[in-house]
Design a protein around this ligand. Structure first.
Ligand SMILES: Cc1cc2nc3c(=O)[nH]c(=O)nc-3n(C[C@H](O)[C@H](O)[C@H](O)COP(=O)(O)OP(=O)(O)OC[C@H]3O[C@@H](n4cnc5c(N)ncnc54)[C@H](O)[C@@H]3O)c2cc1C
Length: 382
């Protein structure tokens, strides 16, 4: 029995990376924590998609959080003996002259100061070296070494194991139907097969589904789910093992774990369905056509879609709103760029929940920022 008189000090809903990180860190702080995941942790459905990380954001709040996030990601991966799940292979952006000008400005104003600078070079002279990349189609390229790829499936499994070792309980294959409260305080969650599980603190880390859970409690959260998809190709084994991002054509190319992956977005949408859309497929083909020379020899092996939790300013939601019942928190809104944010977000929220002080870099991400007009103005996210 915990100090509060209930079995659980905290119930975390959702076993994505931030939910797992939160459960792990809360358990490290000796809190009694139950994590409930409706599928399984490290479910490839979610985890397979989220692989690339970078520190280059245009909003100082995001850039600073990503820099801290990278440190935490590497530290925690070491701590839980999953070091090789984080590979810093660098990131490349291919761009036109206008975008290169913007990158130069952001670099001087922000990234270099944070130790996350990029090198900007003309793309064409490199075309002879990188023969599989169609660099002739681009004017400039920016590259950085502080970024790379995370194996989320393995990292999630390792985090779950480490959280359990510290005393957290993880219930997989169990869906939370709603959050119960009396208008003032949280009472617990209603769970499939069990009914009410009582606690004074519920943290919703349920990705895009967080909004549905809030609605089930008669509450709202600023979150607009957005569909994205990955196309998996047989790896040609020739491309550089680095994420390659081409902002003007809404696509990302990643070579990892024997796959060449093209990630695309179908634009904002309210749908929770995870079906592929024609827009995604069309964007995928466009990305390949523009980035790879002679792409016709690539064999499409699989295509998968998932829903991203996106907030109105495409930046995370960490903490609670003063309009919600006491004891209700969210950890979501990681959009298409959560890789560097999510483990750190779990750590900072755990600190806040146990010690009562939100770390400085997490304060801007309050869910109340929209009502106060403190929007985080990010122009390099998707
Ligand atoms: C195609 C694609 C490519 C992407 N590429 C990248 C990338 O390269 N880099 C990057 O950083 N990010 C990327 N992302 C984004 C990344 O996947 C998301 O930011 C991330 O998955 C969001 O994490 P989450 O834990 O909030 O949500 P999820 O990963 O969706 O996790 C939420 C969990 O909560 C569970 N859940 C939901 N409802 C309930 C309930 N009622 N009861 C119990 N459990 C519940 C779900 O089963 C799920 O496991 C990509 C996303 C997509 C779709």
């Amino acid at each position: 029995m915990s100090k509060s008189g209930f079995t659980w000090d905290f119930i975390v809903v959702g076993g994505g990376l931030e939910g797992l990180s939160l459960a792990y860190h809360l358990a490290k702080f000796k809190a009694r924590v139950l994590l409930i995941e409706k599928r399984s942790v490290g479910d490839p459905h979610a985890a397979l998609h989220a692989s690339t990380f970078r520190l280059q954001y245009t909003a100082p709040e995001n850039a600073r959080f990503a820099v801290e996030g990278r440190k935490t990601l590497k530290k925690v991966a070491g701590e839980i003996k999953a070091k090789n799940t984080v590979r810093e292979t660098g990131v490349i952006w291919l761009m036109d002259a206008r975008t290169a000008q913007k990158f130069k400005r952001w670099n001087v104003a922000l990234w270099e100061r944070l130790g996350a600078g990029v090198r900007i070079t003309e793309a064409r002279p490199v075309a002879g070296i990188e023969v599989t990349l169609n660099l002739k189609a681009w004017e400039y390229m920016a590259s950085t070494d502080v970024g790379g790829i995370v194996d989320f499936t393995v990292l999630s499994d390792a985090l779950a194991r480490a959280a359990k070792k510290k005393g957290a309980v993880i219930a997989e294959g169990t869906e939370v139907y709603s959050v119960e409260h009396d208008g003032e305080k949280v009472l617990g969650v209603i769970v499939e097969r069990y009914g009410l599980i009582k606690t004074r603190n519920v943290i919703l880390a349920a990705g895009a589904w967080t909004r549905k859970l809030m609605e089930s409690a008669g509450l709202s959260v600023p979150l607009a789910p957005k569909r994205a998809c990955s196309l998996f190709f047989e790896s040609p084994g020739l491309l550089a093992e680095r994420p390659i991002w081409a902002p003007p054509i809404q696509g990302l190319l990643v070579q990892t774990g024997g796959w060449l992956r093209v990630i695309t977005w179908s634009g904002a949408g309210e749908s929770f369905e995870t079906k592929l859309s024609y827009t995604c497929l069309r964007n995928g083909i466009r990305v390949l056509d523009k980035i790879i020379t002679g792409g016709s020899w690539l064999l499409l092996e699989a295509a998968r879609a998932h829903v991203q939790p996106v907030s109105p300013d495409r930046s995370p939601l960490i903490g609670r709103s003063k309009f919600w019942p006491e004891g209700l928190y969210v950890l979501t809104g990681f959009s298409g760029h959560g890789a560097c944010f999510r483990v750190h977000a779990g750590l900072v929220l755990a600190r806040f929940l146990v010690e009562g002080e939100m770390p400085r870099e997490a304060k801007p991400f309050s869910p109340d920022r929209f009502t106060k007009g403190n929007i985080i103005s990010e122009s390099l996210s998707f």
